[in-house]
Every structure is written in C-alpha cells, then in structure tokens.
Write a protein that binds this ligand. Structure first.
Ligand code: AIR
Length: 427
C-alpha cells in the first residue's frame, strides 16, 4: 500500500482550499467528529493555520499545491476536496474528479458561484426569481456601452453593473446611471478582464439569506431563513430567524434554496442571498441576489444557535454523511461581525467583553487588523430580540475598540441607514 493511499487506516481527511476564517471554523467541528482537516493556506500565519496542524502553504491557483494537498508524500490521501472560497481553477478540479478524487462542490456547480453570468443564466432556466439582468457584450467597449445604455433606458435610469468574476463582499459591484460610470471596467474587459453584467437596482425592503446543506446522495437540510444587515457593502449583523417573516415567505425562500441546490447539483453548504421585495399585490416576495457554495457569513449564528452548525454540516455533506438537525436552539440568535478594530489586538478587549457579556459567544479569527476587515463575530441567543441584538452589537463594538458608553441602542427593526449608498446596499 502506498504512503498516500486513502485506504491506509485512519480517519477521513477533508482537504480544504483556502486558509481564512471559514476554514478555521471547520476545525472544531472536524475535531468533534474525529475527522482530519488538511488546509491549503496562503500564509503560514493565516487564520486557519493557527488552529489546524496540517496546513501546507500554497495558493489556490497552484496545481502542484492542490495535488499535494490531496495526496501528500508520506501521508494519507484526502477523502474529498472542498473549498472555503470560490477562487479555484476548474479545469484542475475536473481532472482530479476524472482521476478519482471527489471534489465537493464539483466544478460544474462551483462555476455558478464563480461566474455571475453563468449563474443568472442557470437560475433563469430553473425558473428561480431573479432581478432583471443582461450580460454586457465583451466584443467591444462600444457594444458593451450600447447594451448598458439600452438596459438603463428600460429600467428607468439607474442599475447595478457587476464583474462576472472575482468580486466578493461588495467588490466588483457598482451602481451606475451612465456607461461612463464603468468606463474603466469596459477598458478592463477589452484588456481581457472579466465580462460584465447589469442588473436592475432592486427596491428591496431588507436582505434575507437561505442556507441549506446537500449531500451527494441527495439529502437536503435547510436552516431557518435569516435577515442579514449590510453596512458599507459588508454583512454586519445577522438575525436568526428573520423577524416577522411569514410562513409563506419562509417556505418560498427555503424552496428556492433547495431548488438551487438540487438544480445546480451543489454538495456541501449553499448560501442563497435574497432581496425581500414587495410583490405586485404588496405581499413580500424574494429575488435571488448572490450564491455562495461554502459556509457563509449568514450562517455563523448556527455555531451557537442551531443544533448543527454550518461548519459541521459542510463536513458531513462533503463526506456524504447523514446531515444533522438544523433547528434553532434558541428563540433568537443575533450574530454581530467585528469589522476592523482600533485595538492593537482584539484579545486586549477580552477582559471587558467577557465580563460585560458573559452569555456572548465570542469568535475571533486571529487575523491582522485592517479597516473593515472581518476579524471575528459575536453570537448572542435569547428570548428578547431587542436585548439579544443590543448585546451582540455592543460586544462586537467593544472588540472594535469602541468604549461601551458610546454604543447606541439599536432599534429592533432595521431603519434604513441613510449613510448606506445604493451601491453598498446592493453589494
Ligand atoms: N471568505 C471567502 N469568501 C468570502 C469570504 N469572506 C472568507 C474566507 C477567506 C477569507 O474570507 O475564509 O479565506 C479571506 O479574508 P480576508 O480578510 O483575508 O479577505
């Protein structure tokens, strides 16, 4: 038996591409289930490398690094390859599958999370409700500009232009009223950059997310639909379950997530970001904004607020193990992100935050501090949503270096933040 044979005795090894917080948060779940993680990290000091002992250094675009992640010399081969971000080379993944390594989600599914044009085309075919959209021809900047001008006319003057590939957390998204607003992007397309698409600017009342896990044998488990609140184009809070969501809309959102998971043959966790919009008769309905095929920020609440966390469920799903119950364990769980900090070290705030909020579940990612960067989150659960939300937000504020006294009470329902631009709100 060769040293890299996966039949060599030992627990299953899950190989993960990417060493950020999402890989890091898989580690406790892997430890509990007795599963080994092997994570390809960009840097030996990265978030996941601090907690996973088997963390070779390499970039996702490096074919040799991925091959050795799956079958390292002298160690057990991985049972499955999975990802914590979407920036992976699909041709290599197809080749790996042909040579017997399960890749979950597979490249045929993953492409829909990598390329927004492919995703919109497929969702439209599946009959999933989406904003009006159009690809902008890449043949020449003039044709691209003409198509955008026609779309702007059709939707009433302003729209959202997106790069089909490479954007996340609000990057690669711009609200425009004229083709001139994306002249630089048209120039980039002419230079071989990612193609562009345009979408109508949706008059949403709030953002929701429907998270499901699906295993290769077909089992699908949804978590309750949540409300996600964005600031500066980045998720800042998640309320689980979404307050005031009607049973009908909850069922509709879960159904959309299951349809997408099945229709795109997603394995692992799938996050479907949704806009809640007033339907023709005023009843709220939803449109699909974005997809992510991995654990997602809108699911961090599940670590402390659901029977099975999204990280454990992702591992179960990619290993084709039975999925865990996804019911909430509290009436309400609020997750507040720590986005940037004025502290030298987030852990400097631990004495204060742990003393002030003993019920808070603090999760810090071990990342270097940069403005707006996702550095950690806090989950608080309980029966009184107003209080739960106030405490989660206040605990996160302490970790950002704000004094407790400066934390303003938050309204139960999100008021439209006047400082949020349309572009940010749509990101
Ligand atoms: N991530 C992946 N796609 C979107 C997000 N937020 C997570 C992954 C990735 C990390 O964010 O865990 O590795 C990168 O974070 P940063 O702060 O280095 O950009």
């Amino acid at each position: 038996m060769s040293a890299t044979d996966s039949r060599q005795p030992g627990p299953p090894v899950v190989a993960v591409v990417g060493g950020g917080q999402l890989a890091r948060m898989m580690a406790p779940a892997a430890g509990e289930l007795g599963i080994r993680l092997r994570v390809l990290v960009e840097d030996p000091a990265s978030s996941a490398a601090q907690v996973v002992t088997d963390a070779p250094v390499g970039v996702a675009s490096d074919e040799a690094a991925i091959r050795s992640l799956i079958a390292p010399d002298g160690d057990r081969a991985a049972s499955v390859l999975t990802f914590e971000h979407e920036h992976v080379p699909n041709a290599l993944l197809t080749d790996l599958i042909e040579h017997g390594t399960p890749v979950r989600p597979g490249p045929h599914a993953l492409v829909q999370a990598q390329d927004k044009i492919v995703m919109r085309q497929r969702l439209t075919e599946l009959g999933v409700p989406c904003p009006r959209w159009a690809p902008l021809p890449a043949s020449s900047p003039e044709e691209g500009r003409a198509a955008l001008a026609a779309f702007l006319d059709e939707v009433g003057g302003s729209a959202v232009v997106k790069t089909s590939r490479g954007g996340y957390d609000g990057k690669g998204v711009r609200v425009v009223t004229s083709p001139d607003d994306v002249a630089d992007w048209f120039a980039a397309v002419a230079d071989g950059g990612p193609q562009l698409l345009v979408e109508e600017k949706v008059p949403f009342t709030r953002e929701l997310a429907a998270l499901v896990a699906r295993r290769p044998s077909g089992e699908v488990r949804p978590w309750p639909v949540v409300e996600s609140i964005q600031r500066d184009g980045v998720c800042s809070e998640v309320i689980a379950p979404a307050p005031g969501l009607s049973a009908d809309l909850d069922a509709q959102a879960r159904e959309i997530a299951a349809t997408v998971a099945e229709g795109l043959d997603v394995t692992g966790v799938l996050a479907v970001e949704l806009f809640e919009v007033p339907g023709p008769d005023g009843t709220p309905t939803v449109l699909v904004n974005e997809l992510a095929m991995r654990p997602h920020n809108s699911g961090h609440w599940t670590i402390d607020g659901a029977v099975t966390s999204q990280f454990e469920q992702h591992l179960r799903a990619v290993l084709d193990l039975p999925l865990g119950a996804a019911e909430p364990t509290a009436a309400w769980t609020v997750m507040a992100n720590v986005l940037g900090s004025t502290l030298d070290e987030l852990t400097d705030a631990l004495p204060d935050v742990l003393a002030a909020f003993p019920e808070a579940r603090v999760n810090l990612y071990g990342k270097g501090i940069r403005p707006g960067r996702k550095l950690g989150h806090v989950n608080v659960s309980g029966d009184d949503l107003g209080e739960v939300r106030r405490r989660a937000v206040a605990a996160a504020a302490l970790l950002r270096g704000e004094a407790l006294a400066r934390v303003e009470p938050v309204a139960l329902r999100q008021a439209q933040d006047p400082t949020t631009t349309e572009e940010e709100a749509n990101a």
